[in-house]
Design a protein around this ligand. Structure first.
Ligand SMILES: [Zn+2]
Length: 247
């Protein structure tokens, strides 16, 4: 079941930033989701990657608003490009089907039974040498059964046609698992597709927000002697007015 998510409090943001400081970004994603939904990280780890990332986009827009300021480097001329994205527009609606059961797909005599990749798969391949090895390992973890012209094939021995069919099935059932952006370079006119990673993006915002909140705590505690818990329990508006009075 997809959990309901709510915005993170100032306390949550600092606690998540502190706990997630030395974690991998997939673990950070589960930490954020758990704080926002109240669900356990174990349960959240079995959400398909696209559904997980849609929830992160939702939480992000609840905390920081819809607009996201993004940067990219042109692969052709090396110029830095700045552009804005709408977080809500990146939330892709999945087909209205159960996601946590095995799925079936057939084409040209090839039949697959598979499940959708989730955070447990991504965590299981963290020690892979490169992205291509990690991708293949995830594919093999998600392929439950392969039959070619009536003959079962071991998932270890699958060929490119089975991999391509599986990838098309994953994208159809969990379209948010690969967020591709069309980017154009204003300097040289180059067009390309960039993969958007909400986990890394959101974590950099949480880190910046946590550091900003700690600076507010420092300034208000120094001026008024209030505790960290007292300061973080105030609304952002109230903290801002007190900070203005300090000058
Ligand atoms: Zn360029």
């Amino acid at each position: 079941m997809i959990p309901e998510v709510k915005p993170l409090s100032a306390h949550d943001i600092i606690r998540i930033w502190e706990l997630g400081h030395d974690m991998h970004h997939i673990e950070r994603a589960l930490l954020i989701l758990s704080a926002s939904s109240g669900s356990t990280q174990n349960k959240l780890a079995s959400l398909p990657v696209g559904k997980r990332d849609a929830l992160l986009l939702d939480i992000r827009s609840k905390i920081f608003g819809d607009r996201m300021n993004c940067f990219a480097t042109c692969p052709e001329c090396g110029d830095k490009i700045q552009f804005t994205l709408s977080a809500r527009s990146l939330i892709v609606k999945s087909p209205d089907k159960p996601y946590d059961i095995p799925h079936e797909l057939s084409s040209d005599g090839l039949s697959l039974i598979f499940r959708l990749p989730d955070s447990t798969d991504q965590l299981a391949v963290l020690s892979s040498d490169n992205i291509e090895t990690a991708r293949l390992l995830i594919i093999k973890r998600c392929l439950l059964k392969v039959i070619n012209d009536g003959t079962p094939i071991a998932t270890e021995d699958v060929q490119e046609n089975a991999i391509n069919l599986l990838c098309s099935g994953i994208l159809e059932l969990d379209p948010g698992s690969e967020l591709l952006l069309d980017v154009t370079c204003a300097s040289c006119g180059n067009n390309w597709q960039a993969l958007f990673d909400i986990v890394t993006f959101f974590w950099s915002e949480i880190s910046a927000e946590a550091r900003r909140l700690l600076l507010e705590v420092h300034n208000l505690a120094s001026a008024y002697g209030w505790s960290e818990a007292e300061i973080l329990s105030m609304s952002a508006l109230r903290r801002r007015y007190y900070l203005e009075m300090i000058g």
